[in-house]
Write a protein that binds this ligand. Structure first.
Ligand code: NOJ
Length: 736
């Protein structure tokens, strides 16, 4: 008796060393994360660790299949408590029924409760979504422009603000793992995911990837750089077809946006579903371990893409069976399998592979340990639940920020005879399929995967926006483009026509377009309008540059590229068309003249035979005012090249310009890009105002991979005299 009393006293004094009374170390937020991970791992069974390496689709918890509905207690018990599954995802379109912000929060809370309160060790669960342009699965959430449009803003601070806002919405609904940003480049506009990228240039895309990571993670939501790597250049332009990239191209072009995201602290990375140089990326130890961790220093979690270990067998035909595929992929470096449905088969196979020694226990500890590390980083052990009543308030429409993003993205491509802004128009006719179809302004990944439900998102159509935003005394009429007679009569009764054309929403493979063409009736509409003789303004809502037959392209007097602007398409276009906003968007890609030119980027190697010029070059965009540049002497410092540039607004309106600094390379014994963007900045100037800006180009933008055809060297700066260019001004600089 006395002995027991003494023991208890000692425990009380040395609290923390007494197993019976102290809380386990891993539950103590004051302990360093590494210690918490080690402590928790030491308490876990093999099965519990394998559970952390598994991610299941939420519909499994609703119907044990694809059906949506209320969560079922027995399925929560089976998968979260007995199997110890570590994370759940909403594949595009999966969510609570009915779909409201509050229902999302209640759903994630219920899932969390099963994991935390019923799980043996109380390990919280991580919930993943694809919030790629707003919290886009949730009805009621504002949809921002897709990444391609955000890239046209050339404004990392704005992109960070958008991501921060999205991060808050994600947190409020308990969805703390976001499969965004896309760090692939958009270098082939035939590809169905072109609009999900920040365009073709590694510096611009990298800056916006980093901004997105900072913004999301400020709200303690994990960002995912996807899809590592080489995903954006499938041979022939169709999604997930094999890619071939020289190691030097990988290093100079494809890795920098990922590196920028990692430097910004991205916590997770998703592997590329496709193959690169004959190896499926999910089975590439070289890419997922040697490059990503060895060269790039990544410490977080690598997640597979959807069902992609299975694809090693059935699609890539690289593995003889599922067990081989699992061994290849986990040993290559995949930590978590996004196995939407066949959970039991995966867990069983994984266990057998460990028991047979084909996957080491150390590898399991490493992978499961990384997932636990991620959960500690996000504060999930301390705050697993959210306030469901708050979710509704946080996910309320964020219209001003979405409008600012749409405004800054809109790119003026043509403006013959100063057609825009529309200051002398009394009656404006609006027509075209994209004027009234909300799904066309939202694009894919809007409520559901293919964007078919995008009309449920808040926001006005182009027509509604123009009607609401028309200045006093301007009448905005509408004519159905399918009714040729009514259209002709309406055109005759108006001073000018705005025709909104574009693409129906799409995602992934369903969005490949090998010709870049719109449906034929849209071109016909342009030709019909031409015959009626009124000035035509063309507004494009599309996720890629489009191909236009010459006779159709020459119809409009002014052309605006609006990308996929989201909820605020209409109000933003009204401000631009009626002159309340001076457009400042710049193309984040090269617009080919013919789709036969593709892939066709500004930074391609020099052409031996003269090539047709693009229709519009990378970085292009007009304004309602004009800017001129004067480049001053440049200097190289230890890690950058600096140059001062004087920018002057020579027109009569205030406006923003994106000042773009490019370098040309000296002869270095190997090919170099014709030009490479090395710095950019956006500046707002009053009419007649001049400002001198200092542009700083990091030295690594001057680096090339030296060596012969299959060189595996890393990029480095080769000394020589480089030529910098802004607009038509150039200046030389010695770089050592
Ligand atoms: C497949 C897509 O490739 C990927 O981008 C996405 O994150 C997952 N599905 C989950 O929806």
């Amino acid at each position: 008796m006395i002995k027991r009393w003494r023991f208890t006293l000692a425990c009380a004094v040395l609290l923390g060393s007494c197993p019976a009374l102290a809380q386990p170390l891993y539950k103590d937020p004051a302990q360093p994360v590494e210690k918490r991970v080690a402590d928790l791992l030491a308490r876990m069974t093999l099965e519990e660790k394998l559970g952390q390496m598994t991610q299941v689709a939420v519909s499994k918890l609703m119907s044990d299949g694809w059906g949506l509905g209320p969560l079922k207690g027995e399925l929560l018990e089976r998968y979260l408590v007995q199997r110890g599954i570590g994370s759940v995802l909403s594949g595009g379109g999966m969510g609570p029924v009915p779909n409201t912000p509050r229902a999302w929060a209640e759903m994630t809370n219920a899932i969390q409760r099963a994991a935390v309160e019923k799980g043996r060790l109380g390990i919280p669960l991580l919930y993943g979504v694809d919030a790629v342009h707003g919290h886009n699965n949730v009805v009621g959430a504002t949809l921002y422009p897709h990444s391609l449009g955000l890239a046209a803003t050339w404004n990392p601070a704005l992109v960070e603000q958008v991501a921060r806002r999205v991060g808050q919405e994600l947190r409020a609904t308990g969805t703390l793992w976001n499969f965004a940003p896309v760090a692939d480049l958009g270098r082939d506009p035939r590809w169905g995911r072109f609009y999900e990228t920040f365009g073709e240039d590694p510096l611009l895309a990298g800056s916006l990837v980093a901004a997105t990571v900072r913004g999301l993670q400020a709200g303690r939501v994990a960002a995912t750089l996807k899809h590592f790597t080489g995903y954006g250049q499938p041979l022939g332009g169709t999604d997930r077809s094999p890619a071939f990239l020289a190691p030097r191209t990988l290093q100079e072009v494809w890795l920098p946006p990922f590196r920028a995201g990692l430097e910004a602290g991205a916590l997770t990375v998703m592997a590329n579903s496709g193959s690169l140089n004959g190896v499926p990326v999910h089975a590439s130890r070289y890419l997922l371990t040697d490059v990503l961790r060895g060269q790039m220093g990544f410490k977080g979690v690598v997640i597979s893409d959807w069902n992609d270990i299975d694809k090693l067998v059935g699609d890539h035909k690289a593995a003889a069976g599922f067990a081989d595929a699992v061994a290849m992929s986990i040993n290559a470096g995949v930590d978590v399998y996004m196995v939407p449905m066949e959970v039991d088969r995966y867990l069983q196979t994984l266990k057998e592979l460990v028991e047979a020694g084909r996957i080491s226990r150390a590898r399991v500890d490493e992978a499961a340990g990384r997932v636990l590390w991620l959960k500690f980083q996000l504060g999930l052990f301390e705050r697993p639940y959210v306030e469901a009543a708050e979710a509704e308030k946080v996910v309320e429409a964020q219209r001003p920020l979405a409008k600012q993003a749409a405004l800054e993205s809109i790119t003026l491509l043509e403006n013959a005879a100063f057609t825009l802004p529309l200051t002398n128009v009394k009656t404006l006719l609006v027509t075209g399929p994209a004027a009234t179809d909300k799904t066309m302004q939202m694009g894919g990944w809007s409520i559901d995967w293919q964007g078919k439900e995008g009309a449920k998102a808040p926001g006005a159509t182009v027509l509604e926006g123009l009607q609401k935003g028309a200045p006093q005394g301007v009448k905005v009429a509408y004519a159905d483009p399918k009714d040729a007679r009514a259209l002709a009569a309406a055109v005759r009764a108006s001073d000018a026509v705005v025709v909104a054309l574009g693409e129906k929403p799409y995602a992934e493979n369903e969005g490949n377009n090998l010709t870049g063409e719109l449906p034929a009736e849209q071109y016909k509409l342009l030709r019909d309008l031409k015959a009626l003789g009124k000035p035509v303004v063309l507004v494009l809502l599309a996720g890629r540059p489009l191909a236009f037959p010459d006779d159709a392209w020459l119809v409009p007097k002014a052309i605006l590229m609006a990308y996929l602007p989201g909820s605020e398409a209409g109000s933003a276009l009204a401000d631009v068309l009626f002159g309340r906003h001076n457009p400042s968007g710049r193309l984040p890609f090269t617009w080919p003249k013919l789709f036969g030119q593709v892939p066709f980027t500004y930074d391609r190697y020099p052409d031996i035979y003269p090539k047709a010029e693009p229709l519009y070059p990378f970085g292009y965009g007009l304004s309602y005012t004009d800017f001129t540049y004067r480049l001053q002497a440049a200097r190289a410092t230890a890690n950058a090249v600096e140059v001062d540039v004087e920018v002057r607004n020579t027109g009569k309106r205030a406006g923003s310009d994106v000042v773009q600094l490019y370098t040309r390379f000296p002869p270095l014994g190997l090919l170099a890009p014709r030009e490479r963007l090395v710095a950019f900045t956006k500046v707002n100037l009053e009419p007649g105002q001049t400002r001198t800006l200092k542009l700083t180009a990091p030295l690594d933008r001057f680096a090339l991979v030296p060596g012969d055809v299959f060189s595996l060297e890393l990029p480095r700066v080769l000394p020589g005299r480089y030529v910098l260019r802004v607009g038509e001004q150039t200046v030389g600089v010695e770089v050592r």
